[in-house]
Design a protein around this ligand. Structure first.
Ligand SMILES: Cc1cc2nc3c(=O)[nH]c(=O)nc-3n(C[C@H](O)[C@H](O)[C@H](O)COP(=O)(O)OP(=O)(O)OC[C@H]3O[C@@H](n4cnc5c(N)ncnc54)[C@H](O)[C@@H]3O)c2cc1C
Length: 383
Protein backbone atom coordinates (compact mmCIF):
# COMPACT_ATOMS: atom_id res chain seq x y z
CA UNK A 1 0.00 0.00 0.00
CA UNK A 2 1.32 3.44 -0.98
CA UNK A 3 1.90 6.06 1.73
CA UNK A 4 1.26 9.76 1.20
CA UNK A 5 1.45 12.88 3.35
CA UNK A 6 -2.23 13.56 2.58
CA UNK A 7 -5.05 12.02 0.56
CA UNK A 8 -7.71 14.21 -1.04
CA UNK A 9 -10.98 12.60 -2.14
CA UNK A 10 -12.80 14.54 -4.87
CA UNK A 11 -11.20 16.59 -7.66
CA UNK A 12 -13.75 19.42 -7.83
CA UNK A 13 -12.65 22.99 -7.01
CA UNK A 14 -12.18 22.21 -3.29
CA UNK A 15 -10.12 19.04 -3.78
CA UNK A 16 -7.96 20.30 -6.65
CA UNK A 17 -7.19 23.50 -4.74
CA UNK A 18 -6.22 21.61 -1.57
CA UNK A 19 -4.07 19.18 -3.56
CA UNK A 20 -2.39 21.97 -5.54
CA UNK A 21 -1.55 24.01 -2.46
CA UNK A 22 -0.25 20.99 -0.54
CA UNK A 23 1.86 19.73 -3.45
CA UNK A 24 3.23 23.22 -4.09
CA UNK A 25 4.49 23.20 -0.48
CA UNK A 26 6.32 19.94 -1.07
CA UNK A 27 3.80 17.48 0.40
CA UNK A 28 3.28 14.09 -1.25
CA UNK A 29 -0.42 14.23 -2.14
CA UNK A 30 -2.77 11.71 -3.68
CA UNK A 31 -5.94 13.13 -5.27
CA UNK A 32 -8.62 10.60 -6.24
CA UNK A 33 -11.98 10.97 -7.93
CA UNK A 34 -14.58 8.42 -8.92
CA UNK A 35 -14.99 10.19 -12.29
CA UNK A 36 -12.77 10.36 -15.33
CA UNK A 37 -11.93 13.99 -16.16
CA UNK A 38 -13.12 16.15 -17.79
CA UNK A 39 -16.43 15.34 -16.09
CA UNK A 40 -19.81 17.12 -16.01
CA UNK A 41 -21.03 18.67 -12.75
CA UNK A 42 -24.57 20.04 -12.43
CA UNK A 43 -23.80 23.75 -12.04
CA UNK A 44 -24.65 27.13 -13.56
CA UNK A 45 -20.92 27.74 -13.99
CA UNK A 46 -21.14 31.30 -12.68
CA UNK A 47 -17.69 32.39 -11.49
CA UNK A 48 -17.87 35.80 -9.78
CA UNK A 49 -14.70 37.84 -10.16
CA UNK A 50 -13.99 37.36 -6.45
CA UNK A 51 -13.73 33.60 -7.10
CA UNK A 52 -11.29 34.10 -9.97
CA UNK A 53 -9.19 36.28 -7.66
CA UNK A 54 -8.63 33.38 -5.26
CA UNK A 55 -6.73 31.49 -7.96
CA UNK A 56 -3.04 32.17 -8.59
CA UNK A 57 -3.34 31.47 -12.34
CA UNK A 58 -5.47 32.85 -15.18
CA UNK A 59 -8.73 31.13 -16.15
CA UNK A 60 -9.16 33.00 -19.48
CA UNK A 61 -8.79 29.77 -21.46
CA UNK A 62 -12.08 28.43 -20.02
CA UNK A 63 -14.18 31.61 -19.91
CA UNK A 64 -17.22 31.30 -22.21
CA UNK A 65 -18.67 34.74 -21.53
CA UNK A 66 -18.41 37.53 -18.93
CA UNK A 67 -21.58 39.17 -17.67
CA UNK A 68 -22.09 42.81 -16.67
CA UNK A 69 -25.90 42.99 -16.95
CA UNK A 70 -28.42 41.39 -14.62
CA UNK A 71 -31.98 41.05 -15.81
CA UNK A 72 -34.49 40.36 -13.04
CA UNK A 73 -38.07 39.15 -13.49
CA UNK A 74 -40.84 37.87 -11.21
CA UNK A 75 -42.58 34.93 -12.86
CA UNK A 76 -41.51 36.41 -16.22
CA UNK A 77 -43.08 39.81 -15.41
CA UNK A 78 -42.04 43.09 -13.75
CA UNK A 79 -38.72 42.92 -15.62
CA UNK A 80 -35.89 45.30 -14.91
CA UNK A 81 -32.21 45.31 -15.83
CA UNK A 82 -29.23 46.58 -13.83
CA UNK A 83 -25.97 47.16 -15.66
CA UNK A 84 -22.85 47.16 -13.53
CA UNK A 85 -20.83 48.82 -16.30
CA UNK A 86 -18.10 46.19 -16.16
CA UNK A 87 -18.14 42.40 -15.72
CA UNK A 88 -19.05 41.04 -12.31
CA UNK A 89 -18.90 37.32 -13.18
CA UNK A 90 -17.48 34.93 -15.75
CA UNK A 91 -19.38 32.00 -17.18
CA UNK A 92 -17.65 28.64 -17.54
CA UNK A 93 -18.51 25.04 -18.38
CA UNK A 94 -17.64 23.11 -15.24
CA UNK A 95 -15.99 20.24 -17.09
CA UNK A 96 -13.41 22.63 -18.56
CA UNK A 97 -13.03 24.77 -15.43
CA UNK A 98 -12.55 21.76 -13.13
CA UNK A 99 -10.15 20.14 -15.62
CA UNK A 100 -8.03 23.32 -15.54
CA UNK A 101 -7.92 23.30 -11.72
CA UNK A 102 -6.98 19.62 -11.76
CA UNK A 103 -4.26 20.21 -14.37
CA UNK A 104 -2.76 22.90 -12.12
CA UNK A 105 -2.80 20.48 -9.16
CA UNK A 106 -0.92 17.95 -11.31
CA UNK A 107 1.61 20.57 -12.40
CA UNK A 108 2.24 21.40 -8.75
CA UNK A 109 3.10 17.73 -8.16
CA UNK A 110 -0.14 16.13 -6.90
CA UNK A 111 -0.64 12.53 -8.00
CA UNK A 112 -4.12 11.97 -9.52
CA UNK A 113 -5.99 8.68 -9.78
CA UNK A 114 -9.31 8.80 -11.68
CA UNK A 115 -12.11 6.19 -11.68
CA UNK A 116 -11.34 5.60 -8.01
CA UNK A 117 -14.47 5.46 -5.88
CA UNK A 118 -13.58 5.41 -2.20
CA UNK A 119 -15.73 2.76 -0.54
CA UNK A 120 -13.99 2.18 2.80
CA UNK A 121 -12.15 4.24 5.34
CA UNK A 122 -10.13 2.83 8.22
CA UNK A 123 -8.35 4.61 11.02
CA UNK A 124 -5.24 2.84 12.13
CA UNK A 125 -3.12 5.64 13.56
CA UNK A 126 -3.16 7.00 10.02
CA UNK A 127 -6.17 6.98 7.64
CA UNK A 128 -6.47 4.28 4.99
CA UNK A 129 -8.89 4.56 2.07
CA UNK A 130 -9.87 1.65 -0.13
CA UNK A 131 -11.53 2.03 -3.52
CA UNK A 132 -14.06 -0.19 -5.26
CA UNK A 133 -11.31 -1.66 -7.49
CA UNK A 134 -9.25 -2.74 -4.47
CA UNK A 135 -6.78 0.16 -4.68
CA UNK A 136 -5.75 1.33 -1.27
CA UNK A 137 -3.59 4.15 0.09
CA UNK A 138 -2.72 5.56 3.48
CA UNK A 139 -1.77 8.96 4.91
CA UNK A 140 -1.81 10.78 8.25
CA UNK A 141 -4.47 13.20 6.89
CA UNK A 142 -7.59 12.83 4.75
CA UNK A 143 -9.42 15.70 3.03
CA UNK A 144 -12.99 14.86 2.02
CA UNK A 145 -13.77 17.21 -0.88
CA UNK A 146 -16.34 14.73 -2.13
CA UNK A 147 -19.23 17.12 -2.83
CA UNK A 148 -22.64 17.71 -1.30
CA UNK A 149 -23.48 14.01 -0.84
CA UNK A 150 -20.08 13.51 0.82
CA UNK A 151 -20.14 9.71 1.12
CA UNK A 152 -16.59 9.59 2.48
CA UNK A 153 -17.25 12.41 4.94
CA UNK A 154 -20.16 10.36 6.26
CA UNK A 155 -17.87 7.32 6.62
CA UNK A 156 -15.68 9.55 8.79
CA UNK A 157 -18.71 10.58 10.87
CA UNK A 158 -18.55 14.22 9.80
CA UNK A 159 -21.07 16.64 8.29
CA UNK A 160 -24.13 14.34 8.29
CA UNK A 161 -26.34 16.92 10.05
CA UNK A 162 -25.77 19.81 7.60
CA UNK A 163 -29.05 21.07 6.04
CA UNK A 164 -29.47 21.07 2.28
CA UNK A 165 -31.46 22.40 -0.67
CA UNK A 166 -31.65 21.24 -4.27
CA UNK A 167 -30.88 22.64 -7.71
CA UNK A 168 -31.56 21.49 -11.25
CA UNK A 169 -29.70 22.50 -14.41
CA UNK A 170 -30.33 22.00 -18.13
CA UNK A 171 -27.94 22.98 -20.90
CA UNK A 172 -29.95 24.16 -23.86
CA UNK A 173 -28.74 24.51 -27.46
CA UNK A 174 -30.58 27.77 -28.05
CA UNK A 175 -29.05 28.52 -31.49
CA UNK A 176 -28.99 32.25 -32.33
CA UNK A 177 -30.85 33.00 -29.05
CA UNK A 178 -27.61 32.33 -27.16
CA UNK A 179 -26.32 35.65 -28.53
CA UNK A 180 -29.36 37.51 -27.07
CA UNK A 181 -28.00 36.73 -23.61
CA UNK A 182 -24.35 37.62 -24.28
CA UNK A 183 -23.07 39.62 -21.30
CA UNK A 184 -26.37 39.16 -19.43
CA UNK A 185 -27.56 36.80 -16.74
CA UNK A 186 -31.28 36.50 -16.11
CA UNK A 187 -32.72 35.74 -12.68
CA UNK A 188 -36.42 34.87 -12.37
CA UNK A 189 -37.94 35.26 -8.88
CA UNK A 190 -41.30 34.42 -7.38
CA UNK A 191 -40.82 30.76 -6.43
CA UNK A 192 -42.38 29.78 -3.09
CA UNK A 193 -41.28 29.89 -0.35
CA UNK A 194 -37.97 31.02 -1.89
CA UNK A 195 -35.63 30.23 -4.77
CA UNK A 196 -34.85 31.49 -8.23
CA UNK A 197 -34.45 30.31 -11.79
CA UNK A 198 -31.54 31.47 -13.93
CA UNK A 199 -30.25 31.81 -17.47
CA UNK A 200 -26.45 31.93 -17.68
CA UNK A 201 -24.93 32.45 -21.14
CA UNK A 202 -22.14 30.21 -22.45
CA UNK A 203 -20.47 30.27 -25.87
CA UNK A 204 -22.70 27.58 -27.45
CA UNK A 205 -25.44 26.86 -24.91
CA UNK A 206 -27.55 28.52 -22.26
CA UNK A 207 -27.38 27.11 -18.76
CA UNK A 208 -30.94 27.25 -17.42
CA UNK A 209 -31.78 26.08 -13.95
CA UNK A 210 -33.48 26.55 -10.63
CA UNK A 211 -32.66 26.34 -6.95
CA UNK A 212 -35.40 25.53 -4.44
CA UNK A 213 -35.67 24.43 -0.80
CA UNK A 214 -35.66 20.66 -0.16
CA UNK A 215 -39.44 20.47 0.28
CA UNK A 216 -39.94 21.83 -3.26
CA UNK A 217 -37.28 19.66 -4.94
CA UNK A 218 -40.01 17.61 -6.63
CA UNK A 219 -41.13 20.76 -8.53
CA UNK A 220 -37.73 21.54 -10.02
CA UNK A 221 -38.09 19.74 -13.38
CA UNK A 222 -41.59 21.08 -13.94
CA UNK A 223 -40.58 24.64 -13.01
CA UNK A 224 -37.54 24.58 -15.31
CA UNK A 225 -39.68 23.21 -18.16
CA UNK A 226 -42.23 26.02 -17.65
CA UNK A 227 -39.44 28.63 -17.44
CA UNK A 228 -37.77 27.30 -20.62
CA UNK A 229 -41.12 27.37 -22.43
CA UNK A 230 -41.70 30.96 -21.31
CA UNK A 231 -38.30 31.90 -22.73
CA UNK A 232 -39.43 30.53 -26.12
CA UNK A 233 -37.00 27.60 -25.89
CA UNK A 234 -39.46 24.73 -25.41
CA UNK A 235 -38.28 22.89 -28.53
CA UNK A 236 -34.58 23.74 -28.27
CA UNK A 237 -32.39 20.62 -27.94
CA UNK A 238 -31.20 19.89 -24.40
CA UNK A 239 -27.61 18.60 -24.05
CA UNK A 240 -27.88 17.57 -20.44
CA UNK A 241 -30.35 17.89 -17.55
CA UNK A 242 -29.36 17.01 -14.03
CA UNK A 243 -29.94 17.94 -10.42
CA UNK A 244 -27.71 17.98 -7.38
CA UNK A 245 -27.91 18.89 -3.73
CA UNK A 246 -26.44 22.06 -2.28
CA UNK A 247 -25.49 21.87 1.41
CA UNK A 248 -25.80 24.89 3.69
CA UNK A 249 -23.80 24.91 6.92
CA UNK A 250 -25.58 27.18 9.39
CA UNK A 251 -24.26 26.37 12.82
CA UNK A 252 -21.16 24.77 14.23
CA UNK A 253 -21.71 21.37 12.58
CA UNK A 254 -18.61 19.20 12.93
CA UNK A 255 -16.44 19.33 9.81
CA UNK A 256 -13.09 18.17 11.19
CA UNK A 257 -11.53 15.82 13.69
CA UNK A 258 -7.89 15.09 14.39
CA UNK A 259 -7.10 13.44 11.02
CA UNK A 260 -10.04 14.11 8.67
CA UNK A 261 -11.64 17.33 7.41
CA UNK A 262 -14.40 18.31 5.00
CA UNK A 263 -13.91 21.02 2.35
CA UNK A 264 -16.26 22.76 -0.12
CA UNK A 265 -19.77 21.36 -0.58
CA UNK A 266 -18.95 18.43 1.71
CA UNK A 267 -18.72 20.99 4.53
CA UNK A 268 -21.87 22.82 3.42
CA UNK A 269 -20.01 25.96 2.38
CA UNK A 270 -22.48 27.55 -0.07
CA UNK A 271 -24.22 30.87 0.41
CA UNK A 272 -27.96 31.09 0.87
CA UNK A 273 -28.53 34.23 -1.18
CA UNK A 274 -27.14 33.01 -4.52
CA UNK A 275 -26.54 29.35 -3.59
CA UNK A 276 -23.07 29.64 -5.13
CA UNK A 277 -20.34 27.48 -3.69
CA UNK A 278 -17.25 27.55 -5.91
CA UNK A 279 -15.81 30.58 -4.08
CA UNK A 280 -16.10 28.82 -0.73
CA UNK A 281 -14.85 25.52 -2.18
CA UNK A 282 -11.61 27.19 -3.28
CA UNK A 283 -11.35 29.25 -0.09
CA UNK A 284 -11.87 26.21 2.15
CA UNK A 285 -9.42 24.19 0.01
CA UNK A 286 -6.77 26.78 0.80
CA UNK A 287 -7.63 26.76 4.50
CA UNK A 288 -7.56 22.94 4.45
CA UNK A 289 -4.07 22.86 2.92
CA UNK A 290 -2.81 25.39 5.47
CA UNK A 291 -4.18 23.28 8.34
CA UNK A 292 -2.71 20.03 7.00
CA UNK A 293 0.71 21.66 6.69
CA UNK A 294 0.38 23.12 10.21
CA UNK A 295 -0.70 19.76 11.66
CA UNK A 296 2.10 17.93 9.84
CA UNK A 297 4.65 20.35 11.26
CA UNK A 298 3.17 20.41 14.77
CA UNK A 299 0.87 18.25 16.84
CA UNK A 300 -0.66 16.28 13.96
CA UNK A 301 -4.19 17.48 14.69
CA UNK A 302 -6.59 18.94 12.08
CA UNK A 303 -9.28 20.16 14.45
CA UNK A 304 -8.05 23.79 14.14
CA UNK A 305 -9.55 23.72 10.62
CA UNK A 306 -13.09 24.01 12.00
CA UNK A 307 -12.06 27.03 14.07
CA UNK A 308 -10.50 28.66 10.97
CA UNK A 309 -13.62 28.00 8.85
CA UNK A 310 -15.80 29.44 11.64
CA UNK A 311 -13.64 32.55 11.76
CA UNK A 312 -12.85 33.11 8.06
CA UNK A 313 -15.85 31.70 6.15
CA UNK A 314 -18.90 31.48 8.39
CA UNK A 315 -19.37 35.26 8.97
CA UNK A 316 -19.83 35.66 5.21
CA UNK A 317 -22.26 32.72 4.99
CA UNK A 318 -24.23 34.08 7.94
CA UNK A 319 -24.44 37.52 6.31
CA UNK A 320 -25.58 35.96 3.00
CA UNK A 321 -28.26 34.14 4.98
CA UNK A 322 -29.48 37.38 6.58
CA UNK A 323 -29.69 39.02 3.12
CA UNK A 324 -31.51 35.98 1.72
CA UNK A 325 -34.10 36.01 4.51
CA UNK A 326 -34.69 39.71 4.08
CA UNK A 327 -34.81 39.56 0.28
CA UNK A 328 -37.04 36.49 -0.10
CA UNK A 329 -39.14 37.50 2.92
CA UNK A 330 -39.94 40.88 1.34
CA UNK A 331 -40.61 39.21 -1.97
CA UNK A 332 -43.06 36.80 -0.38
CA UNK A 333 -44.94 39.47 1.56
CA UNK A 334 -45.03 42.29 -0.97
CA UNK A 335 -43.81 41.12 -4.39
CA UNK A 336 -44.91 44.11 -6.45
CA UNK A 337 -43.63 46.88 -4.12
CA UNK A 338 -40.41 44.93 -3.50
CA UNK A 339 -39.75 44.42 -7.22
CA UNK A 340 -40.50 48.13 -7.76
CA UNK A 341 -38.15 49.14 -4.94
CA UNK A 342 -35.43 46.76 -6.22
CA UNK A 343 -35.72 48.21 -9.70
CA UNK A 344 -35.50 51.81 -8.53
CA UNK A 345 -32.96 51.77 -5.71
CA UNK A 346 -29.38 51.30 -6.75
CA UNK A 347 -28.14 50.20 -3.33
CA UNK A 348 -29.11 46.51 -3.38
CA UNK A 349 -27.69 45.64 -6.81
CA UNK A 350 -24.66 47.90 -6.51
CA UNK A 351 -23.82 46.11 -3.27
CA UNK A 352 -24.40 42.75 -5.01
CA UNK A 353 -22.07 43.69 -7.88
CA UNK A 354 -19.42 44.91 -5.42
CA UNK A 355 -19.54 41.58 -3.56
CA UNK A 356 -19.39 39.60 -6.81
CA UNK A 357 -16.35 41.59 -7.91
CA UNK A 358 -14.63 41.11 -4.55
CA UNK A 359 -14.75 44.83 -3.74
CA UNK A 360 -17.02 44.22 -0.75
CA UNK A 361 -18.37 41.30 1.26
CA UNK A 362 -21.86 40.29 2.38
CA UNK A 363 -20.66 40.78 5.95
CA UNK A 364 -19.61 44.38 5.24
CA UNK A 365 -22.88 45.17 3.45
CA UNK A 366 -24.98 43.74 6.30
CA UNK A 367 -22.95 45.71 8.85
CA UNK A 368 -23.80 48.93 6.97
CA UNK A 369 -27.47 48.42 7.88
CA UNK A 370 -27.44 47.44 11.56
CA UNK A 371 -31.21 46.77 11.69
CA UNK A 372 -30.99 44.19 8.87
CA UNK A 373 -30.42 41.08 11.04
CA UNK A 374 -33.49 42.04 13.11
CA UNK A 375 -35.65 42.50 9.99
CA UNK A 376 -34.35 39.23 8.57
CA UNK A 377 -35.22 37.34 11.74
CA UNK A 378 -38.82 38.53 11.43
CA UNK A 379 -38.89 37.36 7.80
CA UNK A 380 -37.51 33.93 8.57
CA UNK A 381 -40.78 32.03 8.81
CA UNK A 382 -41.31 29.89 5.74
CA UNK A 383 -37.64 29.48 4.90
C1 LIG B 1 -27.54 23.04 -10.30
C2 LIG B 1 -26.44 23.76 -9.54
C3 LIG B 1 -25.98 25.00 -9.98
C4 LIG B 1 -24.92 25.64 -9.33
N1 LIG B 1 -24.45 26.82 -9.84
C5 LIG B 1 -23.38 27.42 -9.26
C6 LIG B 1 -22.81 28.60 -9.83
O1 LIG B 1 -23.25 29.08 -10.89
N2 LIG B 1 -21.73 29.15 -9.20
C7 LIG B 1 -21.21 28.63 -8.04
O2 LIG B 1 -20.25 29.19 -7.49
N3 LIG B 1 -21.73 27.50 -7.50
C8 LIG B 1 -22.78 26.87 -8.08
N4 LIG B 1 -23.26 25.71 -7.55
C9 LIG B 1 -22.57 25.11 -6.42
C10 LIG B 1 -21.26 24.44 -6.92
O3 LIG B 1 -21.55 23.55 -7.96
C11 LIG B 1 -20.57 23.69 -5.77
O4 LIG B 1 -20.51 24.56 -4.65
C12 LIG B 1 -19.15 23.24 -6.12
O5 LIG B 1 -19.18 22.30 -7.17
C13 LIG B 1 -18.48 22.65 -4.90
O6 LIG B 1 -17.22 22.13 -5.28
P1 LIG B 1 -16.60 20.88 -4.48
O7 LIG B 1 -15.20 20.75 -4.98
O8 LIG B 1 -16.84 21.03 -3.04
O9 LIG B 1 -17.49 19.61 -4.92
P2 LIG B 1 -17.78 19.00 -6.35
O10 LIG B 1 -17.51 19.96 -7.42
O11 LIG B 1 -19.15 18.40 -6.26
O12 LIG B 1 -16.71 17.81 -6.48
C14 LIG B 1 -16.81 16.65 -5.69
C15 LIG B 1 -16.06 15.52 -6.39
O13 LIG B 1 -16.02 14.40 -5.51
C16 LIG B 1 -16.09 13.21 -6.28
N5 LIG B 1 -16.54 12.12 -5.41
C17 LIG B 1 -17.72 12.02 -4.74
N6 LIG B 1 -17.75 10.86 -4.04
C18 LIG B 1 -16.58 10.23 -4.26
C19 LIG B 1 -16.03 9.00 -3.82
N7 LIG B 1 -16.69 8.15 -2.98
N8 LIG B 1 -14.79 8.64 -4.24
C20 LIG B 1 -14.11 9.45 -5.08
N9 LIG B 1 -14.59 10.63 -5.54
C21 LIG B 1 -15.80 11.02 -5.14
C22 LIG B 1 -17.09 13.57 -7.38
O14 LIG B 1 -16.94 12.74 -8.52
C23 LIG B 1 -16.74 15.05 -7.68
O15 LIG B 1 -15.84 15.18 -8.77
C24 LIG B 1 -24.33 25.06 -8.18
C25 LIG B 1 -24.82 23.83 -7.70
C26 LIG B 1 -25.85 23.18 -8.37
C27 LIG B 1 -26.33 21.85 -7.85
Amino acid sequence: MTQFDAIVVGAGPAGSTTARELAASGARVLLVDRASFPRYKACGGGIPLRTERLLPFPIDSVIEDSVHRLEVTYGGRMAFTRDSGEPFAHMVMRERFDALLLERAGQAGAEFRSLTTVRRLERNGAVTVTAGDGFSASAPFLICADGAHSPVGRMAGLGADIPECAAWEVEVRAGPKVRDYAGTSLIDLGYKPWGYAWVFPKAEVLSIGIVLPPGSAGDMKRSVAAFTKRLGLKDAPVDIARGHKVRLRRKDERIADDRVLLAGDAAGLADEFTEEGIFYAIQSGRIAARNVLRAAAGDGDLSGYQRDINREVMPELRAARVIAYMFYGMLRRAPRPWMFASAHTGFLWNAFFAVQRGESTYAREVARIPVLPGIARRMMDGR
